[in-house]
Design a protein around this ligand. Structure first.
Ligand code: URA
Length: 440
């Protein structure tokens, strides 16, 4: 890159609706890391991008420049297809905890770098840390070693990976520039492409508990990410999945770890298994471990039935410092002091028509199980278990859920939110399909 650029020229160009060149975008991604772009200039450009958008080509260049702002992990010397999954986030979304060992048991390598929960959505790293001793902050060489030996490793992003996103995301978070498809796409995809994977499956969620409230917006985001993957030479498939009610019956940390292990033992709830099998199935097909959906289904059924997926979870847990006895003894997980049963009120008759995922997420936060700032401590023991699902019959006194509570006042606030979240109607509601579209 020989030309000299000035941040204000890029800001003006984008402000006036122009398209940035590859070199200009590269200057931006590097400049936010080395100080040539000040925070206020970066924020001005982000806001201009927010309003003016970016073409598919600009988004691909931005993703590539962000990815190359730090370390790009090379896993090419590890044999096997390296395939990962990323979800745009929801409530009760514990799919990664089941999918990674399941896909590994079916022959893939799953190098998974996940995030923490923020706001009403839970994070994979926080859930894993409910397991005593489980370490998610590993060095790249530890990550590689575990991946090679166990077939799956689940860690947090190392500081060396995509520093441009670290900077830009922090600025976006406080300047009203998060909800912008080219910026979300480049943020997510730069981190995924830096992981050293061969292919990727995306779970793009839409609905009340998702980042994208409408399916149309979710589709645009999914297509943008699939296109950026293709531009980077990596096959990417995206599923659009509904996130109106929490996935499964559990939300929180301990409660979600237990539900995930139950899934690996073949006792998972239907909705959670449906999404997990759909995503894992596409991973197996992309990685060449299954020839079609039926073949993938047979392999996944076998890995659950013969215990090999559960064994992979046990091995990964031990390799990452976690206590593998958790698989057989849930009492070693952090346990709440009290259990508060929430029952349907006297007027309840008919069927559950809504279990609002956003409100359930707020209930977890009210219990102390969420964050409003990345530095907040979370209580792993609290959460929701046995949550009723849309379509189930209800009468006065029917159990709606059990709250795992460490503080009575928090429990009362969470109960009020659960009562707001759940609605009844006299006749069975129309059930929407969970897995709706495939974008590739
Ligand atoms: N998750 C990310 O990693 N980046 C975004 O911009 C939004 C969600």
């Amino acid at each position: 890159m020989s030309a000299t650029f000035f941040p204000q020229d890029l800001i003006i160009k984008k402000r006036d609706g122009g398209a940035l060149t590859k070199d200009e975008i590269e200057f931006f991604a590097r400049g936010v890391c080395d100080g040539r772009f000040s925070d206020y200039q970066a924020t001005a450009l982000l806001m201009a991008i927010f309003w003016r958008g970016m073409s598919a080509q600009e988004t691909a260049w931005l993703t590539d420049a962000m990815m190359r702002s730090g370390e790009v992990i090379d896993l090419s010397d590890i044999p096997g297809a390296k395939v990962d999954k990323h979800s745009t986030g929801g409530v009760g979304d514990k799919v990664s905890l089941i999918l990674a060992p399941l896909a590994a048991a079916c022959g893939l390598k799953v190098p998974m770098m996940s995030g923490r929960g923020l706001g009403h959505t839970g994070g994979t790293l926080d859930k894993l840390e409910a397991i005593p001793g489980f370490r998610v902050m590993l060095s790249v060489s530890e990550f590689r070693g575990i991946l090679q030996k166990t077939g799956c490793a689940m860690i947090g992003q190392t500081p060396q990976v995509v520093p441009a996103d670290r900077k830009l995301y922090a600025l976006r978070d406080v300047t009203g520039t998060v909800e912008c498809i080219p910026l979300i796409c480049s943020s997510i995809m730069s981190k995924k492409l830096a992981e050293g994977l061969d292919s990727l499956v995306l779970d793009v969620k839409f609905g009340k508990g998702a980042f994208m409230k409408s399916k149309d917006k979710a589709r645009v985001l999914a297509q943008a990410m699939v296109d950026v993957g293709r531009a980077g030479g990596k096959p990417v498939r995206a599923l659009l999945t509904a996130m109106d009610q929490p996935l499964g019956h559990a939300a929180g940390h301990t409660t979600e770890v237990i539900e995930s292990i139950e899934c690996l033992k073949g006792r998972g709830p239907a909705d959670l298994m449906e999404v997990t099998f759909a995503l894992t199935g596409h991973m197996l097909m992309l990685g060449g471990a299954a020839k079609d959906e039926a073949d993938a289904g047979r392999k996944m059924d076998a890995a659950i039935a013969n215990g090999s997926a559960l064994q992979k979870f046990r091995e990964m847990c031990a390799a990452q410092g976690g206590d593998p006895r958790v698989v057989d003894d849930y009492r070693i997980l952090p346990t709440a002091k009290n259990f508060l049963e929430v029952k349907a009120p006297a007027g309840a008759r008919g069927f559950i028509s809504e279990v609002n995922a956003l409100k359930c997420g707020h209930a977890i936060m009210a219990l102390g199980g969420g964050r409003t700032a990345v530095t907040d401590q979370i209580d792993h023991a609290v959460g929701i278990a046995g949550l009723i699902k849309i379509g189930e019959p209800v009468a006065p006194g029917t159990r709606l859920c059990m709250l795992h509570v460490n503080d009575d006042a928090q429990g009362a606030r969470a109960e009020a939110l659960i009562r707001e979240a759940i609605k009844f109607i006299p006749t069975p509601p129309q059930l929407e399909p969970l897995v709706q579209d495939l974008i590739q």
